[in-house]
Design a protein around this ligand. Sequence first.
Ligand code: G6Q
Length: 547
Amino acid sequence: MLFNRNKSKAWDRLDSIYKHFKKTQMKDLFAADAKRGELYSEQLETMLVDYSKNRIDDNVLEALFALAEERGLKEKIADMFSGKKINATENRAVLHIALRNRANTPIYVDGRDVMPQINAVLEKMKDFSEAVRLGRFTGYTGKKLTNIVNIGIGGSDLGPFMACEALRHYWAKDINCYFISNIDGTACAEVLNKIDPETTLFIVASKTFTTIETLTNARTCRKWLIDALGEHAVAKHFIALSTNKEEVEKFGINPDNMFAFWDFVGGRYSMWSAIGMIIAIAIGFKNFERMLEGAFAMDEHFKNTAFEHNIPVILALIGVWYNNFYGVHRYGVIPYDQYLQYLPAYLQQLDMESNGKSVTLDNKFVDCATGPVLFGGAGTNVQHSFFQLLHQGTEIVPLDLIVPAISHNEIGAHHQILLANILAQGEALMRGKTEEEAAAELEAAGKSQAEINRLKKYKSFTGNRPTNTIILKKIDPFTLGMLVAMYEHKVFVQGVIWNIDSFDQFGVELGKKLALNILPELQGTAHNVAHDSSTAALIKHIKKIRK
Ligand code: G6Q
């Protein structure tokens, strides 16, 4: 179906609603309806999503749901869950949902049920992760493997890294996890300095097994291990997570030590697959399965719930409302939880790599804005850094504020202070403070009239700044699974609205290719390659310094 927003009835309706609605103040909407908070909240299992502090009302929401209907969202969701090749540019199915399909109902790709192979790999992961944790699979010299190093980048790093950090509370006491992703030798050196070869397991995580950063890091680690323990030790200290058996063998890893996944699992959607091995080793396979169950609960909710109560759909459409009608192309995720501190970095890839596209599925340039710029950081830290701009800057930045009601570390009043802060931020951003209110406060503080007049503008806040508040019970594997799956589906819904392929990533290729051209120049084996004058001068300058 050709999507042209200028000819879309639902889009036109939203355009005209926006013209009247844009000046509406959220605080007036709250004043007019004492039940607004309750009305615009949804709960799933142990997760509550309050989306009431947004510039929306029933009329706006209805029009957004109509847009989703018009875009065929229901059918698109069914297509994904049934294994249709919705990653059209790469002609692939998109089946991260199959990896956590706890009902084990068949899902067919090219006439073949994918569930048996998924279950077989999960079984193999279970055996291996338990063998490592129990010390049944040991290092070459018979010592227990307690340092687990994941070597991977992008989707083969960010998911496992974020999830391991989020679930640190569940780590086996004698296990430590490390992550090497950057090609910068420092990344390798800093990890290798901390660990002992006899007790280290390297996990080479690469879907393609051709990624230069990962293979270079893996080779360096392999040499480090061989220097210490000899060539024979490799089989006991290296495993691979990949779709490419041939390259794994070429690298020198025994295929018995390879854990497979498939081209229907996108890199940034792969932490539920073999790529999650380090998570399973750290937290135990039972907990890993709980994470899959949490994601499955969100999948079922997403697949079966009417748009009006469908959490990923609602969040996605509110995002579209700001992005395409208010012209707000940015968005922040602020977890108020130390364990979730890497969630924004993970979501940055999920969202920006998925929806940072400019060509529609009909092979035309888009005629509306697509994926927003996503950033974030852990509360309360960021309240003392970039929140100034969020409160008083000229840019509107919609936020997701996330917090667990119960901390794993309930020490004194820490968690209550944290909770008070997240709630206060949402309230402050929505309500703001008028000049009159600022003046009254200054007066109460005993300031002179001249001082009050001088300061009241600086001390006022426009408010009307949107937030979603997501309250979790506790950061446990099940909850994390739900949360991550919620964002995956939110991104998918937005991709459907914008009619783009959320599952390819051609945009990362050009720079990679050019780096391969420049490398021989820096190494002195190629000369006089054509470049723009800036790049040419920079190459010359670097070579001079490194001589
Ligand atoms: C994710 C991307 C990308 C990918 C990395 C690593 O969706 O495809 O981030 O995960 O480039 O690729 P390999 O796993 O093939 O090494």
